[in-house]
Each structure stands twice: as structure tokens, then as C-alpha cells.
Design a protein around this ligand. Structure first.
Ligand SMILES: [Ca+2]
Ligand SMILES: [Ca+2]
Ligand SMILES: [Ca+2]
Length: 667
């Protein structure tokens, strides 16, 4: 402590210099004003009263560290101003108790939060701080747009799905989860289209998750006592078995058992019956599958305690909505707690931040810094870095809000059970991939919610919600399945590789974007051509993504139609042409799943009919490359064995040539 004070005394003489510099002549004022303006991260609009975040220069860090109340004898210039404006407290935004070295390298030690009486003129105070040379950035504590947490309770008597097809798990209500397996039941949506789902059933044959894959749910509190969530909560054992009121694992947070509540600044995660947003999101990812009750989570395991784990990085609570300060902390905590996927169904209003350059400019904002920290954390051996997934936004605007829009994070758009854009989804600028977000519909004047997404509610029950908030966890969960599958198979990827595999193993969206669709909320019209090429790379597909991680190309197969498969189309750009197709092997399981009966080789192509929708693999022996000389003899070809996956689904068509033509988005 004494040492700190000595440092502070030494500063006083320097202070005088910087004070003198403030007495500028009139001509220099505009330059001074411009300098101050450049330091502002955001505008005061909607700022939380009495709170300011500052980014100090490196030399100030050493002097400020350990400082609590600003009232003291010797002070930095920052403290002098803080004292003059009546600041109550200056404290570091980030938690340097854990991983301090990495955090310092990112400048996270330079962000400080200043608490002030709510009565102060915040803009004036911000300007005074910004005028100091030792302060490089000033950020208002801007709250996020609070996503709607309106849920429609599940009513078993009203919702009897009649679908006959067996779902693989015992969960009582899994048949109502159209986003997992859309069999085209009109109950879900009047214009429902079979196959418009995440194709997770065949993926579940490969993996259903792993407990060492951890997803941070940055959202309202996750109801960890929910009977369908309990088993898949990531628990801090040291705190669970520790002493109440004590930070048992010394990570800087007291009693953080199931996460930490940054909205109320306490260890206890909070929820209420009408505040289900975080619980709903968590259930989509990790509701316990195959446990006989409720729903199945996409990465919720197989009923053997083997689902991925989630914890709550709580940033919303009742009417408390976190600003960037708590959000920064919540994201940092997610990384420090071992999450490799950051699930974020929230954001700032689209348009509040105009472009990537502003979002990342200078030393950017506290939340940007925290997100960069998350991205650089290596918490899963299957992926170098952390994956950040955001909802694109529900304003129906042709741009995603920030942070979603920023190029390092995935922004997820939402489609309905008809495979078309939902009326609310943001699209176009900044959007990366699409997933089921759900949409309600009317029968006469009566609203039906079965096209929305069914998941867990904070009252311990189940209910429907819709939004890009629901689409987003579909992608997070599929990413979590991907990490599980990669770990199972000893595979590992860079973050960019993992992301690009996720973004390119998608189903084509544009082919259905013609004509129009009724805008259900207003009765207006959605012009579907406006969405062409703007919903992201396509619709996320769990099976194809896992296959892509394994290095296996998927071949689209219409159901019940003979297809001439030309493997050349699926060999990738850099590979040599196939000259001879000598043999192929289809397992009995694949034959049974896909209903394959008649199949043969003709020339260098395979002729095959899949009579049932489903997915399976095929092993092919072929000779690639080389050249044919006179008489058709082959010179220099190489015999190789290659695996392909057949994906038979409704909706694919075979062209005149007998070849699947609608392969856009596939190759
Ligand atoms: Ca703790
Ligand atoms: Ca404790
Ligand atoms: Ca369940």
C-alpha cells in the first residue's frame, strides 16, 4: 500500500504540467474538442446514470491499481478529476485475479469503472475525463436492448402432435420440437415444409454431447433447478462444497456455483416465472435428452449424464439490464470458467454502432476487449480459441445489431417451419448463418404457438418463444456437438477452420426465396426476394457439419427417385478427376435407414435410389487422376478409397440428366 502512495506523490509534479496545458488559447479549442470527441466510444443516449467507463494509459494503471475510494492525499490526475466531480469509486472493470498476464496483454487492466452520484451531469464529467491525457477512451455504460422474454406456456391438452414417426429419445414432448425433426405436420404451421430443421437426428447417432464441452449462457438467469436442466449444469464444485459468503475457489467471485449474476452483482443466479429468456435459451442447447421428461436439448446427451454443460453468465435480472460494464465482466467470466462457446441472444439496437471499424476502433470498448479475450481463450482441445455466437436481432432490419454484426462473431438469422425467413428476423449486413427461430400463426382469430420453439421455462415448466434469440442457441448447440464429435475423434481445428466448416456445411436458403409470404404480425407482405443471399451462408445442418469436421462430403439425395451420382462434383477443387469407379460399400445400417435397394455402377458413376429420408455413409473405391491414352488405357491414375455421406431429404429434385441439380450451397 505504501509503495502505491509513493507513486502517487511522485505524480503530483507531473500533474501541474498537464493542468497548465489545459489553459489553451481560443484558437486551439476546436483541436482540443476534436481530441476529446475521438475518445468517446459511444454517445450518452440511453447511458446508465452515474456510471462511466474509462480506458487509462499504461502508466496510470500502475498508479491506480489497488485504489478504491478517490479521496486521498496524493492522487493521479484521474483521481483529482474523480474527486472534483464527486466520484464514489474507481475500480477495475476486469478481474485480474485470474489469467492476469493474458489480460494485461490485451489491455484489460486499463479499463476502469467510475461510479458517480446519479445527479451529476454525466456528459460534462465524461468530457472532463476525456480531456486528460492519461485517459484514452471514455465509454458510457450503455445497456443492451432487452430481448422479449414473453413465453407461451405449454398446454398439453391443446397440443397433441400427431406425428407418427418415432423420435429417438424418450422425452415426453420431443414430438413438438419441429426444429429437431420437421416432418411437415400441419399442426406446426399451415405452410410447414418437411425437412426444414437442423437435421440433428442422424447427428445424434455420432454424438449427443460431452460434459467437458462447456457453453456459457450470457443472458437472463438460467433456472438451474429445472428438472430438465439440473443434470447438464456446469457446477463449480469448490463453491458448491464451500462456505457461503466465501470465494472458495479464489476466482474473484463469491459463491459462483452455477455461474455468476452480473446483473445484481452476486453469486446467486436469479430468475422469475416471467423472466425465462435465459432458461429457454439454455434448454434449447442442453435440456437433458432421453430422460423421459420435457424436451430434448440439441446437445443434451443420451440420458447417460453425457450432455454438454451450460452455466449462467447472468446479465439480465428482473428489470435490471446490464450495461457494457457487466457485460464485459460476464464475457470475461465465461472464458475464465472454461467455456469454449459464448451463447449471446442479445445485442445493441441495429444501427447504434455503424460498422466494424467503429466497434473495434482505437482500443475499442470494454465489451469488445472482453470478446477478444474470449476468442483468444483455449478452453477446448478440439478448437484453438473460443466461438462467439450472437442473435442477429428481431427488428426485421437489413442489418444485424452489434456486437452480432462484427466479423469475428457468428450472427444468426431465424427461419420458420416453412423454411422461409421469419417476419422479425434481421438479415443482410453482418448476418452469417440461419437456424430455426420459430413463428406463431393464426387460425381465424386464434393464435397458435406451435410454430415457435418449445423449451424450458424458469417456472420449472415448458413453453414457446420465438426469435433470433431462439435461433442463436441452435447454432451454439450444433457447435457444441461439433466440439464433442471432434474430441471423440481426436480432431482439432483453428477457430477459423471450425467456423468456416460450420458456415459451409449449410443447406441452401436462396432456392426458396421467390414470391412473397404473409407478414404474420401486421398482415402485410414479406417480399422474399429481398432476402436472397442475405440470410447468411445458409441453414445450419448438424449432420453435415459433423461430416464436414470428419472430412466427408455430403451428397444430397431426393427421396424415391433414381439419382446418378457423379462423385467428381464432390471431390473438392484441388482434387483430380475420377477416371474409374471400381467398387463401393454401403453398410446394412445405411441401406436400412435410407431404404436403398437398387444400386449399381454405370461407367464412372453410381446409380442409386434412396426410398426413405435419412443420412448414411458410403465407401467408394476409385481411381483418380491419370490420363487415358489410345485404346482407353489409363496411365498414372491413383487408387483411393473415399467416404461420402448420403443425405436423403424431401425437397431435393433430380434434373433431366438424372443428376441432383439443386446442389447450390452444397459443394
Ligand atoms: Ca468463486
Ligand atoms: Ca462460497
Ligand atoms: Ca428431457
Amino acid at each position: 500500500m505504501n509503495k502505491t502512495k509513493i507513486f502517487l506523490f511522485a505524480l503530483v509534479s507531473m500533474l501541474a504540467v498537464s493542468c497548465m496545458r489545459d489553459t489553451v488559447d481560443q484558437g486551439a479549442i476546436s483541436a482540443e474538442e476534436a481530441m476529446i470527441a475521438r475518445k468517446f466510444v459511444n454517445s450518452i443516449d440511453s447511458a446508465v446514470p452515474g456510471e462511466l467507463i474509462i480506458y487509462v494509459d499504461k502508466s496510470s494503471v500502475a498508479m491506480l491499481e489497488g485504489v478504491g475510494a478517490p479521496t486521498r492525499v496524493a492522487m493521479t490526475d484521474i483521481e483529482v478529476v474523480a474527486d472534483e466531480v464527486g466520484a464514489l469509486c474507481i475500480e477495475p472493470v476486469f478481474n485480474l485475479k485470474v489469467n492476469a498476464e493474458r489480460k494485461r496483454a490485451l489491455g484489460m487492466d486499463r479499463w476502469y469503472a467510475v461510479s458517480l452520484p446519479e445527479s451529476v451531469d454525466l456528459e460534462d464529467v465524461a468530457r472532463r475525463f476525456a480531456s486528460l491525457e492519461s485517459i484514452e477512451r471514455v465509454e458510457f455504460n450503455m445497456p443492451i436492448e432487452r430481448p422479449s422474454s414473453e413465453a407461451i406456456p405449454f398446454d398439453a391438452s391443446m397440443c397433441a402432435s400427431t406425428r407418427a414417426e418415432a423420435m429417438p429419445f424418450s422425452d415426453e414432448r420431443i414430438k413438438m420440437q419441429w426444429s429437431l425433426n420437421n416432418t411437415g405436420e400441419a399442426h406446426f404451421y399451415p405452410t410447414v415444409k418437411a425437412g426444414e430443421d437442423i437435421n440433428v437426428l442422424p447427428a445424434w447417432k455420432l454424438t449427443t454431447g460431452r460434459p467437458d464441452v462447456i457453453v456459457a449462457v450470457v443472458d437472463a438467469g438460467v433456472c438451474y433447478t429445472h428438472p430438465d436442466l439440473q443434470a447438464n449444469m456446469h457446477v463449480n464444485e469448490a463453491e458448491l462444497n464451500g462456505v457461503e459468503g466465501v470465494d472458495d475457489d479464489e476466482n474473484g467471485y463469491v459463491d459462483d456455483i452455477y455461474g455468476y449474476n452480473f446483473a445484481d452483482n452476486m453469486g446467486r443466479i436469479m430468475w422469475s416465472a416471467n423472466d425465462s429468456h435465459g432458461t429457454h435459451v439454455a434448454g434449447i442447447i442442453a435440456a437433458t435428452s432421453n430422460n423421459g421428461i420435457g424436451i430434448a436439448g440439441i446437445a443434451g446427451g443420451s440420458g447417460n449424464g453425457d450432455g454438454v454443460r451450460v452455466f449462467s453468465s447472468q446479465i439480465m435480472s428482473g428489470n435490471n439490464t446490464a450495461g457494457v460494464k457487466s457485460i464485459g465482466k460476464a464475457i470475461e467470466y465465461a472464458a475464465d470458467r472454461g467455456a469454449s462457446i459464448l451463447q449471446c441472444s442479445w445485442g445493441f439496437k441495429p444501427g447504434d454502432i455503424a460498422n466494424d471499424a467503429l466497434f473495434e476502433s482505437g482500443s475499442a470498448s470494454a465489451e469488445y476487449t472482453a470478446l477478444q479475450y474470449f476468442i483468444s481463450a483455449n478452453n477446448c482441445p478440439a478448437m484453438e480459441g473460443g466461438l462467439v455466437v450472437f442473435a442477429a436481432g428481431n427488428e426485421g432490419m437489413p442489418l444485424a445489431g452489434y456486437p452480432a454484426a462484427y466479423n469475428d462473431y457468428l450472427a444468426v438469422t431465424a427461419f420458420a417451419p416453412d423454411g422461409l425467413p421469419t417476419y422479425y428476423t434481421c438479415y443482410d449486413r453482418g448476418c452469417n448463418i440461419s437456424a430455426p427461430g420459430g413463428e406463431y400463426y393464426y387460425i381465424g382469430n386464434s393464435m397458435r404457438e406451435y410454430g415457435c420453439i418449445l423449451s424450458t421455462l424458469a417456472n420449472g415448466d415448458y413453453g414457446y418463444m420465438q426469435g433470433t434469440s431462439q435461433a442463436c442457441p441452435h447454432v451454439s448447440a450444433i457447435a457444441a456437438l461439433g466440439l464433442s464429435y471432434a474430441l471423440d475423434n481426436g480432431l482439432s481445428f483453428t477457430l477459423d477452420e471450425f467456423k468456416s466448416k460450420l458456415l459451409t456445411s449449410v443447406n441452401n436458403f436462396d432456392s426458396v426465396l421467390t414470391g412473397s409470404k404473409e407478414k404474420i404480425d401486421t398482415g402485410g407482405i414479406l417480399n422474399l426476394t429481398n432476402y436472397r443471399g442475405k440470410m447468411g451462408t445458409g441453414k445450419v445442418d448438424a449432420y453435415r457439419f459433423l461430416m464436414s469436421l470428419r472430412g466427408t462430403n455430403c451428397i444430397p439425395m431426393p427421396v424415391g427417385q433414381e439419382v446418378v451420382v457423379d462423385f467428381n462434383k464432390y471431390m473438392g477443387d484441388g482434387e483430380l478427376a475420377i477416371k474409374v469407379l471400381s467398387q463401393y460399400t454401403i453398410s446394412d445400417e445405411t441401406r436400412a435407414t435410407l431404404g436403398i435397394e437398387n444400386d449399381c455402377i454405370i461407367g464412372d458413376k453410381l446409380v442409386i435410389t434412396c426410398n426413405k429420408p435419412g443420412c448414411g455413409t458410403i465407401k467408394v473405391s476409385l481411381v483418380a487422376g491419370g490420363s487415358t491414352v489410345g485404346g482407353g488405357q489409363l496411365v498414372g491414375g491413383m487408387a483411393i478409397e473415399k467416404e461420402f455421406a448420403l443425405v436423403a431429404r424431401e425437397g431435393y429434385t433430380v434434373g433431366d440428366s438424372g443428376v441432383v441439380e439443386d446442389a447450390a450451397g452444397w459443394l
